[in-house]
Design a protein around this ligand. Sequence first.
Ligand SMILES: [Zn+2]
Length: 262
Amino acid sequence: MVKEVRKSTRKTITVRCYAELNDFLPSDRKQKNFELSLKMPVTAAEVIEFLGIPLSEVDLIMVNSWPAAKSHRISEHDYVSVYPVFETLDISSLKNAPNEPLRITRFILDAHLGKLARYLRMLGFDTLYRNDYGDHEIIDIAGKEKRIILSRDKLLLKSPEVHHGYYVRAIDKHNQLVEIVEKFDLCSQFKSFTRCMTCNSVLRPIKKEAVRDRIKSGIFNCYNEFFYCPVCDKVFWKGSHFQRMERLIINIIKSRMGARAS
Ligand SMILES: [Zn+2]
């Protein structure tokens, strides 16, 4: 147990908690840097527990801008920032773990969002969707697989068993995609053509020659890169539809970032 101690013996650190982790903090510590005076030695996990934040809610701890383990020993004057499991800021660029991303953004969508599911898969996001999922099934899978529920059904999202859900505001499928890319700051996580748009399976690259008899000659002559879904037995290529969508999203995001900066 860590105790905040009197001024004479305290060692001070600075802390900042992000997004929904602020729900656990009193108002004078929400959404800003604050100082803590703690008896040392203390670990990062102990600081987080002291703040009343469940460790299961925490995905990433940074100490002086470097990723730190929960067992990391905190020193006086350290700056500790704490990010939740589904932080909506893009924290991937901050992480120094060279190979393994610490967070993988995965989704499960309700029956109203079939088109959005295809677009998210097109950009490489692990996205479960079936038009016959029941509400309980969605909640159950989301909990077990740590997926964010995207839904147009407010009743579903109000269930107390939903931990990470988001109500999709836009009606149009293109706007829905832009909304989700912005909300979860997914731009730097695009891995286009790594997932099947139909079934969400991971695609395999396939040699051009191997698809000659499976596609129209016009397409064969136009494109050099092809991908294969072993589950659907389908061949995909980066056709004009994909290019239009990718351009649309990038342009919208660029223009919004420009508007914010000005
Ligand atoms: Zn497939």
